[in-house]
Write a protein that binds this ligand. Structure first.
Ligand code: ATP
Ligand code: MN
Ligand code: MN
Length: 329
């Protein structure tokens, strides 16, 4: 689960040109605009990440519009721009008794905001997401400042793919049983469920059975009703981004994944580049995340996902340009 509310050290505080009541505070790779003087360099602050659903009692000033999520009145933290400065998330004073590194997400009743699920994606639940497959998830580069430095020094090579803005699909074959899952649930096969429709259309069961292995194909379902259909599609489509080897407990490498998909008529997420991270910083990766989607002319892409070619590590850089333009779903 995402640690949405953590106590972190304030690394830097910078003035914002033309603004005298606010300043820009850095925690890890995040920039957060706060009231001047609320925090000091080297001190601690409670940091709430973007996509946190913050209960009204914690931040009443954010809750002028009454909104509810899972029965809790509150607000969703987004990426905003204040006086030209990008601001992501929220800083609050550290609650008494808490110290650096503490995860207060549950204690403070903070939830990860999720948009409502469209009817054709809902499906009928067969069970929880299977424990033998890894759930799809990518850590944000803003939380990987120290790791990034090591990766740059090591000169590792990375596969760079476009991060598509849809809904996560997993199709697995395990001990003879084929199943299809949404991000968090194993779904019963039904005629109209979009995840199952795509699994059938892409013949994922036959693909997996032919390998004689326990594997899971993971991809993004994109299309009408999903995240506002940014690619303007007429029907749901699948774009694969990973294959998980259940027996070995690791993802296939990029080459192994491409070899499996090759000739099967299954489309991969756009692969933009293979590169090392020479000279990269959080700021440079966030800048490179901005750009147009390979799927539709003129559409801002959500960002990039970097997968290491030689180790089982990956991360994402989300485009701030995309986040600032995001609509409410
Ligand atoms: P959040 O965690 O904020 O809900 P999210 O649903 O996009 O955002 P993330 O953890 O941010 O999930 O990012 C990982 C997700 O990105 C994966 O679950 C997958 O559905 C999606 N995705 C889209 N394109 C790619 C890609 N090229 N490589 C890997 N994952 C991708
Ligand atoms: Mn995530
Ligand atoms: Mn997503």
């Amino acid at each position: 689960m995402r640690k949405l509310a953590t106590v972190r050290k304030v690394l830097d505080i910078a003035p914002i040109p033309g603004a005298d009541a606010i300043e820009c505070v850095t925690v890890d790779g995040w920039k957060v605009v706060s009231k001047k003087g609320d925090y000091r360099i080297g001190g601690n602050a409670l940091y709430l990440e973007v996509d946190s659903w913050v209960p009204e009692a914690l931040a009443p000033f954010l809750c002028k519009d009454k909104r509810e999520f899972n029965g809790v009145s509150g607000a969703r933290l987004r990426t905003i721009k204040l006086r030209g400065q990008i601001s992501q998330g929220l800083l609050l004073p550290v609650p008494a008794g808490a110290g650096e590194g503490d995860d207060l997400t549950d204690m403070l009743g903070i939830q990860k905001y999720e948009p409502p699920i469209p009817a054709d994606l809902q499906g009928i639940v067969k069970g929880p997401f299977p424990s033998f497959v890894r759930k799809t998830n990518q850590e944000r580069i803003q939380n990987l400042v120290a790791e990034l430095e090591e990766w740059v020094d090591a000169g590792l090579e990375w596969e760079v793919t476009e991060k598509l803005d849809g809904s996560s699909l997993t199709a697995y074959l395990f001990q003879g049983e084929f199943g299809v899952c949404s991000r968090n649930l194993d779904l019963l096969e039904t005629e109209n469920n979009s995840y199952w429709k795509l699994a059938r259309e892409n013949k994922l069961e036959a693909l997996l059975r032919a390998t004689g292995r326990n594997l899971a194909v993971q991809g993004e379902l994109i299309g009408p009703n999903v995240q506002g259909n940014p690619y303007g599609l007429g029907a749901p489509q699948l774009r694969v981004f990973d294959v998980y080897d259940i027996d070995r407990g690791r993802y296939l490498t990029s080459a192994e994944r491409m070899a499996l998909l090759d000739g099967a008529g299954i489309v991969h997420c756009p692969v933009l580049d293979t590169q090392n991270l020479a000279g990269a910083s959080v700021a440079s990766l966030l800048a490179s995340a901005e750009g147009k989607s390979a799927l539709k002319a003129g559409t801002e892409r959500e960002g990039l996902v970097f997968k290491c070619l030689s180790a089982d590590v990956s991360f994402k850089a989300i485009s701030n340009k995309f986040l600032l333009g995001e609509k409410e779903f």
